[in-house]
Design a protein around this ligand. Structure first.
Ligand code: SAH
Ligand code: SF4
Length: 446
């Protein structure tokens, strides 16, 4: 692999990446996975030496994933793509249309090991990490449908449990020679993996962070977020402070509002409870973090919870945007119920009162009718097996067999016999030293 990477010079890689990234735009999501390189990108147009071309054609495929199903919401503002990986596993990617731009919600893993009690993906257990190539190919597929401006890592999986692939994909996304997206338009959502929150802040200080806090204290958090036992509330707050300090140091007078997090501006129905947020851009200089807080009836939406949360956040009110997400029922966590509208209104009233003045908004969900809203992303084939132990769940995924590629969790691995590498998985964008670190994605056949 290294030999192949070294004979395909960076300048050639960039040329080919560019073709791959922008070519699909014109192909309107045509399935190209079974085509040869020449059919997809006529050799004449590559302008790379024959030796490099031959090496690429021998070892790499242009795309390793394909869209196998597309669903559009009745309102036409959300599209969900079911994407099949080369090894048969399925992931979901959601495209949301806002007023004048589009956001894609990316998956970072197949399933998730964090097991949050309210989350459909969490009930799948973890099957495996996506490679950087597989993350980026989601953006290519989304772009083929509609030009994407914003990226949110809020799909299946915990991006900070797949940190190397996350960082590689961020490198590609912000590279002006490649996807050329603004880091301000990229948001990484995490349930909180302390050391990787630090890494994101230090290496990508201008990429937005969304912290899925969901509780006003450690005790309540532990009830719904099992990973809270390893990543304690007070440690998350320390990371928050570090993040905000980094943001403030980086801020050049940039005003951050909900749109920078890939969120729709408030809908008419949200406005009454979101009046403080409407002025967010006027009030906030260089905000650093979005706090996500799911609202679950009787669990974390009592007035006392709002007061406690208000106290936790009020000292950081200038830098934090609180995003309240009414629990979306999934057919998995039967014990949970969405909050009543009255309890949401009361919760918001307390937080925006003069006592706390927290910039608060209630998330206006899109795509519920196609299970494209928060927490609803779980591949259907896994749903009926939701009571299975996580280690067995991969047997239920299309393809049936256990996946050896997925042993790459937490490390790198090599391609399976007879398979090829995704070209978007070569990591050579930022530094020469990083080549080889995440050089390839492991791929196996179905
Ligand atoms: N693992 C990351 C990103 C994916 S989840 C994280 O947890 O932040 C994206 C968001 O959807 C999180 O804020 C999560 O808490 C929320 N979510 C999950 N299940 C939900 C549900 N049933 N209803 C509403 N929001 C949910
Ligand atoms: Fe994983 Fe996020 Fe779902 Fe929790 S909410 S189980 S961290 S995907």
């Amino acid at each position: 692999m290294d030999a192949v990477a070294s004979c395909v010079k960076p300048v050639h890689r960039h040329r080919i990446w560019n073709y791959l990234i922008h070519h699909m735009d014109t192909q309107k999501n045509e399935d190209t996975t079974d085509k040869s390189w020449h059919e997809v990108l006529p050799y004449d147009s590559w302008s790379v030496p024959r030796a490099a071309r031959d090496a690429i054609a021998e070892k790499f495929v242009h795309f390793t994933t394909k869209v196998v199903e597309r669903q559009d919401s009745a309102r036409g503002d959300t599209t969900k793509l079911l994407i099949q990986l080369q090894d048969g596993h399925l992931i979901e990617t959601v495209i949301m249309q806002h007023h004048h731009y589009r956001t894609v919600c990316l998956s970072s893993q197949i399933g998730c090991k964090m097991g949050c009690k309210f989350c459909a993906t969490g009930t799948m257990g973890i099957i495996g990490n996506l490679t950087a190539g597989e993350i980026l190919e989601q953006v290519v597929h989304a772009n083929a449908i509609s030009k994407i401006r914003n990226i949110v890592f809020m799909g299946m999986g915990e991006p900070m449990n797949n940190m190397d692939a996350l960082c590689t994909s961020l490198d590609f996304l912000v590279d002006t020679r490649l996807f050329s997206l603004s880091p301000r338009h990229i948001t990484v959502s995490t349930v909180g993996v302390v050391k990787n929150m630090r890494r994101l802040t230090d290496e990508y200080p201008t990429v937005n962070l969304a912290l899925s806090l969901h509780a006003p204290n450690q005790e309540v958090r532990l009830k719904i977020v099992p990973s809270a036992s390893a990543h304690k509330y007070e440690d998350l707050m320390l990371e928050l402070a570090h993040r905000i300090a980094a943001w403030t140091a980086n801020d050049k007078g940039y005003k951050l509002g909900p749109a920078q997090f890939g969120e729709a501006e408030n809908s008419a129905s949200d406005r009454s409870s979101n009046k403080l947020t409407r002025n967010f851009k006027k009030h906030v200089n260089g905000a650093g973090v979005m706090i996500e807080y799911i609202l679950i009836k009787d669990i974390n939406v009592l007035p006392e919870h709002a007061h406690e949360l208000g106290k936790v956040l009020s000292s950081r009110r200038e830098e934090v945007l609180l995003n309240l997400i009414p629990y979306n029922p999934t057919d998995i966590a039967e014990d949970f119920e969405p909050p009543t509208q009255e309890s949401i209104d009361e919760f918001v009233r307390i937080l925006i009162s003069d006592q706390y003045r927290i910039h608060t908004r209630v998330r206006h969900e899109k795509g519920q009718d196609i299970d494209g809203a928060c927490g609803q992303l779980v591949v259907q084939t896994n749903k009926k097996n939701s009571k299975a132990k996580s280690v067995d769940i991969e047997d239920t995924v299309k393809g049936g067999k256990k996946s050896n590629r997925r042993t790459e969790l937490g490390g790198t691995s090599s391609v399976a016999k007879g398979q090829k590498y995704s070209f978007l998985s070569i990591h050579g964008v930022v530094t020469v030293a990083s080549i080889g670190m995440f050089a390839v994605s492991a791929i196996r056949g179905a």
